[in-house]
Design a protein around this ligand. Structure first.
Ligand code: F6P
Ligand code: MN
Length: 334
């Protein structure tokens, strides 16, 4: 049987009558996928390529920048700048947006990314990933440079979202709004080959991903939900749940898409607005993937996809995964 490559998948999506994948979007996804191949190559060189360690600088979030954070950011910018399918880009590693320079043709899409998610894992050879989100530039931006406000759209407006995971295998997991598909990088063919999909989150998996060290910042509701499941010796759920935390959102979300369970990074209930994960290029794309695979996303009140962004690097409390677990969490709030 002929392998279904990413290229073939995208062309078939483009041909569908209800196509959610016009040619420009297809080219954009192919370009992002090609950049992820290059990033995978750089990561795999490790110490031999002098790509490990920190740069001594901090990004806008006050986080230490790893060499690979900056390398991956440059790879994504360079790959996507000249193709004519974008109006602008935004990245975790850049304080301000990056409008496509005037020397290049411009397109109708906006690309947002976290070049290397979980980058504290790079130096110890654990899985990291690249997360991306695609929006349409607002109609009123035609004929001018895009501005930050153009990027502040709810996640519900995303036309595509995905991640690459650089783990034991290099995978690309993608949604165009009609299911989630997994592609494995075939290094001999040099192509991404479909290896799973449409993904459906297995239900009933009793695995929770949360950073227990942040317990003090959780609301009483989150504490009750976790205490019922983890580390308790009595109660109806005692002894049933397992805990998994990789400190790489891509790896934790990938496990949930394939094996089930739930991922939580709650906001700090003592300080409104203080949370860990960024809405536009972490929470939104992951929420689209999770919801497309039959799961649920919540910021504690609504689906994350309905949250209204007010700034580029805004953070948000996140609960993602098995819809029954999210319902159980939210029933603590009620
Ligand atoms: O990008 C933020 C991130 O590194 C995620 O990938 C991960 O889920 C989380 O932060 C890890 O947080 P902590 O350092 O609290 O374990
Ligand atoms: Mn990240």
């Amino acid at each position: 049987m002929q392998p279904i490559t990413l290229t073939r998948f995208l062309i078939e999506q483009q041909r569908r009558e209800d196509s959610a994948c016009p040619a420009e979007l297809r080219l954009l996804i192919e370009t992002v996928a090609r950049a992820c191949k290059t990033i995978a190559h750089a990561i795999s060189k490790g110490a031999l390529g002098d790509v490990l360690g920190s740069l001594g600088s901090e990004n806008i979030q006050g986080e230490v920048q790893k060499k690979l954070d900056v390398i991956a950011n440059e790879i994504l910018l360079d790959a996507n700048e000249w193709g004519g399918h974008l109006a602008g880009m935004a990245s975790e590693e850049m304080e301000t947006i990056h409008p496509i320079p005037n020397r290049f043709p411009k397109g109708e899409y906006l690309l947002l990314f976290d070049p290397i998610d979980g980058s504290s894992n790079i130096d110890v050879d654990l899985s990291v990933g690249t997360i991306f989100s695609v929006l349409r530039a607002p109609e009123n931006s035609a004929g001018r440079d895009v501005i930050e406000e153009d990027f502040l759209q709810p996640g519900r407006h995303q036309v595509a979202a995905g991640y690459a995971i650089y783990g034991p295998q290099t995978l690309l997991v993608l949604t165009l709004g009609n299911g989630v598909y997994e592609f494995t990088l075939d290094r001999e063919m040099g192509a991404w080959r479909m290896t799973d999909g449409p993904l459906q989150i297995p239900s009933g998996t009793k695995e929770v991903a949360i950073n227990m060290a942040r317990r003090e910042q959780w609301s009483p509701e989150v504490r009750r939900y976790i205490d019922d499941r983890v580390g308790c010796e009595a109660g109806p759920l005692a002894g049933q749940y397992n805990m998994r935390w990789t400190a790489s959102m891509v790896a934790d979300i990938h496990r949930i898409l394939k094996r089930g369970g739930v991922f939580l990074y709650p906001a700090d209930h003592r300080q409104p607005g203080k949370a860990r994960l960024r809405l536009l290029y972490e929470a939104n794309p992951m929420s689209m993937l999770i919801e497309q695979a039959g799961g649920r996303s919540s910021d504690g009140a609504t689906s994350i996809l309905d949250a209204r962004p007010t700034s580029l690097h805004q953070r948000i409390g996140v609960a993602l995964g098995d819809p029954e677990e999210i319902a159980a969490l939210l029933s603590q709030v009620a």
